[in-house]
Design a protein around this ligand. Structure first.
Ligand code: ADP
Ligand code: MG
Length: 163
């Protein structure tokens, strides 16, 4: 099973809102792999997602130095990764992050996901953020490659277009 969806976001608030809408539909653990240039909105997406999951306005910034930041207290725990300074995929095991990625009990949001190499599961939701040519908008491409994520993306597509 596979699915794709392309949306446009015209503001940081809109990117947060679509991530929040997605967070409200999660009904099983999953990995969300975020990619896109610096400033594309990966952290904005993560912030909207975490705040919706926790139901409160927590501060969410790139966990660049910590590599992973956990948020508990919501319907599902959220593990927010920023792999920008990861020395190599093996470092994920060293910090004990392999469990959050391979046997998740919640949602793993992974910025600079490609740096994880083979450490990302095949069944994941890829979210690719692209800065549009005028530099103002963002194109948000979703791609699901497994049962859980494809079903989630189908629900998201229906709800997001309807609402
Ligand atoms: N549509 C948009 N979605 C998200 N961020 C946007 C958008 N338009 C402009 N921005 C700006 O782009 C920057 C995105 O930063 P951030 O989320 O930290 O990116 P990343 O984590 O990908 O490096 C912020 O300064 C934000 O205000
Ligand atoms: Mg970031």
């Amino acid at each position: 099973m596979a699915a794709t969806l392309v949306l446009e976001s015209h503001s940081e608030a809109q990117t947060e809102a679509l991530a929040a809408a997605l967070a409200g539909m999660v009904d099983a653990p999953l990995v969300i792999a975020l990619s896109g240039d610096l400033g594309a909105g990966k952290t904005a997406f993560s912030r909207g997602f975490v705040q919706a999951m926790l139901g409160e306005r927590v501060v969410v910034s790139s966990p660049t130095f910590a590599i992973m930041q956990s948020y508990v207290g919501g319907a599902w725990p959220v593990y927010h990764f920023d792999l920008y300074r990861l020395a190599g995929p093996e470092e994920l095991e060293a910090i004990g992050a392999d469990e959050a990625l391979f046997e998740p009990d919640g949602v793993a949001l992974v910025e600079w996901a490609s740096l994880a190499g083979d450490w990302l599961p095949q069944d994941r939701l890829d979210v690719m953020l692209e800065i549009t040519a005028d530099g103002l908008g963002r194109r948000v491409l979703f791609r699901a490659a497994g049962l859980v994520t494809t079903q989630l993306l189908h629900r998201f597509r229906q709800e997001y277009h309807a609402g």
